[in-house]
Design a binder for this molecule. Structure first.
Ligand code: LMR
Length: 394
């Protein structure tokens, strides 16, 4: 049976980490996979997470099964984190724990197939490198719509709205709730409102991928899109991840939230999605979800977590300014100031795949072929080396 298979190339993002690890150059710079790093290049466990984990280990009394919906406390608190604790939307939504944000996306794909097997999923052009593969692998058709204006390094909102006008009822439009991956270019509040109007008029269903709540402007501000859409539209799908804002990458904790027209429909969705989970992994891992449940349920740990998240956000913001300053001090051929107007971990540097290849081969600087950089990989030790290398390939 296996003889029909051929080896596949490494994943365009995850493969970079492997290549970086093997590189012996002491000056190597890792701007590849979207993982937060400190000034010394480490990804430590957040203090709030370490404390909650200790508490969990000390108080956990059983490892028996949970339900296919995962950790009920986590599901409840996560929905409140996204929508706000008093939001009436909470009464017509259902949130389930999933194995990471990627697992949430796959669950969304399976749900879409059960509702409407012929649906097309429309993704931003460009989008996270795994979106297209993931939905196609689930058997859905994937197409892209205009999103990023490469010439001006911002959202091509007019182009996006024009493209979305042609999308029929029953299709799904995937948008990044904040910190667009890979461009860092987000919608303004006015643009979210206009998008909601269009979704209402055309009848397509938005699917918001929110992997970076708290990395853009702030926890509340980053949730504007999901809140506005949930409040104004009858239906919405939302995927979240605890990988980045809780730094729990390897614990695989995420959630799928389904907002329905009313509470009765939300209950139906709950039963269907649990059936989907049962057929794939039966029930999700809950160690990470239980830790987040403890943090969000404690005023003290929540405050500590929010402070740590604000520090990460602030540091990336400062690194954006640092890189632009270093690049502008070395050349005046290209204006890189757009990097400081974008949000989250990523920006496109705006160079060709050939220049990206040269950065890797000649300078051991690693970024995705599209020239997506993880800004968190910059620090005060490598910024000059990085800027010199970039200027040399320009
Ligand atoms: C990224 O975009 O680098 C991260 O979301 C990690 C991943 O799984 O691709």
């Amino acid at each position: 049976m296996f003889e029909s298979l051929h080896a596949l190339p490494a994943d365009p993002i995850l493969g970079l980490s492997v290549a970086y690890q093997k590189d012996g150059n002491p000056n190597k710079v890792d701007l590849g996979v979207g993982v937060y790093k400190t000034e010394t290049g480490e990804t430590p466990i957040m203090k709030a997470v370490a404390l909650a984990q200790r508490q969990r280990i000390d108080t956990e009394t059983t490892k028996t099964y949970v339900s296919s919906a995962g950790d009920a406390g986590f599901n409840d608190k996560l929905a409140k984190l996204v929508f706000g604790a008093e939001n009436p939307v909470l009464a017509r939504q259902c949130t389930v724990t999933t194995p990471g944000g990627t697992g949430a996306l796959r669950m969304a794909a399976e749900l879409i197939k059960r509702c409407h097997p012929g649906a097309t999923v429309w993704v931003t052009n460009p989008t996270w490198a795994n979106h297209t593969a993931l939905f196609q692998d689930a058997g859905l058709v994937v197409k892209s719509y205009r999103y990023f204006d490469k010439d001006n390094s911002c959202v091509d909102f007019a182009g996006m709205m024009e493209a979305l006008k042609a999308i029929p009822k029953g299709d799904v439009v995937l948008l990044h709730a904040c910190c667009h991956n890979p461009s860092g270019a987000d919608l303004s509040q006015e643009q979210w409102k206009a998008f909601a109007e269009l979704a209402k008029e055309k009848g397509f269903t938005p699917l918001l991928d929110m992997a970076y709540q708290g990395f853009g402007v702030g926890l509340e501000e980053d949730a504007f899109g999901p809140r506005y859409l949930a409040e104004t539209l009858p239906e919405l799908l939302l995927t979240t991840s605890g990988s980045k804002n809780f730094g729990m990458y390897r614990e695989r904790v995420g959630a799928l939230t389904m907002v329905a027209e009313n509470g009765t429909r939300a209950e139906i969705l709950s039963s269907v999605i649990q059936n989907v989970a049962r057929c794939i992994y039966s029930m999700p891992p809950v160690h990470g979800a239980a830790i987040i449940d403890i943090i969000l349920g404690s005023n003290e740990l929540s405050a500590l977590w929010q402070q740590e998240l604000a520090e990460m956000r602030g540091r990336i913001h400062d690194l954006r300014a640092l890189l632009v300053e270093k690049l502008h001090a070395r050349q005046d051929q290209k204006d890189f100031s757009f990097i400081t107007r974008q949000y989250g971990m990523f920006s496109f540097l705006g160079i060709s795949p050939e220049q990206v290849r040269r950065l890797k081969e000649e300078f051991s600087v690693y970024m995705v072929d599209s020239s997506r950089m993880n800004l968190a990989g910059i620090n005060h030790q490598n910024a000059d080396y990085l800027a010199d290398a970039i200027v040399k390939v320009l």
